[in-house]
Design a protein around this ligand. Structure first.
Ligand code: FAD
Length: 466
């Protein structure tokens, strides 16, 4: 008979299903609480576990040069239920892993239901879990029920739980053209922790600015879903195209104001407008476009933003968006094993921790499950190395994102991408000098090889410890 107390997992979505599986596979019992079908979210349609609420794609399955493909590979090595069910129900989708959504969700539900150590309990958890639930994983997702959201907010503070994300595009620094862009803070102000040259600036003349505003006004926008239509536009995070609609000059008096900055490439000429990018991760590999949150469609965004001088060849770690989304200011609130510092018996997992996407959410569920199980078994929970996709993602949400102090304003949901990984030397090819795309590809392949070796090392070490 199993005498261990159960771990309670709230939410049988992508993260909660994976967390429950990982816990149970270590021999620790789980109670998995799911409010559907008694109470539905605005997006879910079924009572199945791990329901995919929109696209049926887990994105690229290329583990060599794509960060999400690498995450797939690492999760497979960690015996992920989400990945094995996805693989078993894949449908043809070129280089992507797309799944039959019904077959996939049925497979996850079936595996969880049959597991002797998992009890699925239907019903909403509508407040802070009772004190005798001494280890809880909250994986209630972007559409966490209102009662639970309010209870969690009560444990943190007003600014620590957001209900919408307003994401500005994030650019890989190495793809910015510094023959046009330059580093400088407005009026060279150093500020706390700054150097006076903290921003990347991209200048525009009047002609370029006018064409840019026209493109924003004409660009196709993504529609809000019906239940998102009352999305409040907060001051300070208006979509850039909404600002442009308010007047042609609004942007150059707002996020694109050209004051306090001198273009060292052309010091005599005053820029008509300037786009600024701010460092987004502690590694300094990612920069976000300040004030550029947007509802423009992805393809349109990339096209319009590449008209900005210096960003002609920009590669985006993620594009902008505005969605209904419940997520924590994790870099400030969570410890390295995803526990809420204010109440460590609560762990968080999935999209509520500030990752985005089915796979990333499941990945954080996988880690939360392993950490909670290790704790229950009295083992050390060693996080995966930061050189792995799992480790890089975990590190980003629990501290790697820059400025945890003001992260209420700056922390926004993130997909996995190579900008989150520590840099690596591009391997030399004898007799050949790699450049451009070839060099980027070689760098990604080297990062992936390092990640897979390190995840194996991590799993081996854990097994040895267990
Ligand atoms: C409209 C919409 C479209 C999206 N489209 C995509 C997409 O195309 N591709 C993509 O990768 N990502 C997409 N996402 C993001 C996607 O939701 C997440 O990536 C993923 O589902 C998050 O996993 P999760 O486990 O954190 O949350 P979910 O999968 O949403 O699971 C949370 C679970 O918790 C349950 N729950 C909530 N509150 C309670 C409570 N109080 N008590 C008990 N149970 C509760 C919910 O019913 C749900 O089953 C979309 C999100 C939304 C809202």
């Amino acid at each position: 008979m199993n005498t261990l107390f159960p771990i309670h997992v709230i939410g049988a979505g992508l993260a909660g299903s994976e967390a429950a599986w990982q816990v149970a596979e270590t021999g620790v019992p789980v109670v998995l609480h799911e409010m559907r079908p008694l109470r539905m979210t605005e997006a879910h349609l079924t009572e199945g576990c791990a329901e995919l609420v929109c696209s049926n794609s887990f994105r690229s399955d290329d583990a060599e040069t794509n960060a999400v493909g690498l995450l797939h590979a690492e999760m497979r090595r960690c015996a992920s239920l989400i990945m094995s069910s996805g693989d078993a129900h894949k449908v043809p989708a070129g280089g992507a892993l797309a799944v039959d959504r019904v077959g996939f969700s049925d497979a996850v539900t079936d595996a969880l239901t049959r597991h002797p150590l998992i009890e699925i309990r239907r019903g909403e958890v509508d407040g802070i879990p009772p004190g005798d639930w001494d280890s809880v994983i909250v994986a209630t997702g972007p559409l966490t029920s209102q009662a639970l959201s309010e209870a969690v907010r009560g444990l943190t503070d007003e600014d620590s739980l957001a209900f919408f994300d307003a994401i500005a595009p994030i650019v890989y620094k190495e793809t910015i053209d510094f023959s046009k862009a330059w580093f400088q803070s407005r009026y060279d102000k150093a500020g706390p922790g700054g150097t006076g040259a903290d921003y990347i600036n991209c200048p525009m003349n009047k002609e370029q600015y006018d064409a840019f505003v026209d493109a924003l006004l004409g660009g196709e926008k993504a529609e809000f879903r019906d239940w998102e239509k009352d999305t409040p536009y907060f001051d300070g995070c208006l979509p850039i195209e909404v600002m442009a609609e308010r007047g042609r000059e609004t942007l150059r008096h707002g996020p694109m104001k050209p004051v306090g900055l001198t273009n060292p490439h052309d010091p005599e000429v005053k820029s008509y407008a300037i786009v600024q990018l701010r460092q987004d991760n502690a590694l300094g590999t990612l920069y976000n476009m300040v004030g550029f949150q947007t509802k423009l469609k992805y393809g349109v965004q990339a096209e319009i933003f590449r008209t900005i001088p210096g960003l002609e060849n920009a590669e985006f770690a993620r594009l902008g968006g505005l969605h209904r989304n419940t997520f924590l200011n994790s870099p400030r609130l969570l410890d390295g094993s995803l526990r809420l510092k204010a109440m460590p018996r609560l762990r968080f997992a999935g999209q509520i921790t500030g990752v985005e996407g089915y796979v990333e959410s499941a990945a954080i569920g996988l880690l939360a499950g392993r950490f909670a199980a290790a704790e229950r078994l009295g083992l050390n929970s060693v996080p995966p190395p930061e050189t792995t996709a799992l480790g890089a993602l975990l590190r980003h949400i629990t501290g790697g994102h820059l400025s945890a102090d003001d992260a209420g304003r700056s922390f926004q949901p993130m997909n996995v991408n190579f900008g989150l990984f520590p840099p690596i030397e591009v391997p030399k090819v004898p007799g050949k000098r790699l450049r451009g795309k070839e060099k980027t590809r070689a760098r990604k392949a080297a990062m992936s090889a390092r990640a897979l070796a390190d995840i194996d090392g991590w799993l081996g070490r854990r097994q040895a410890a267990e």
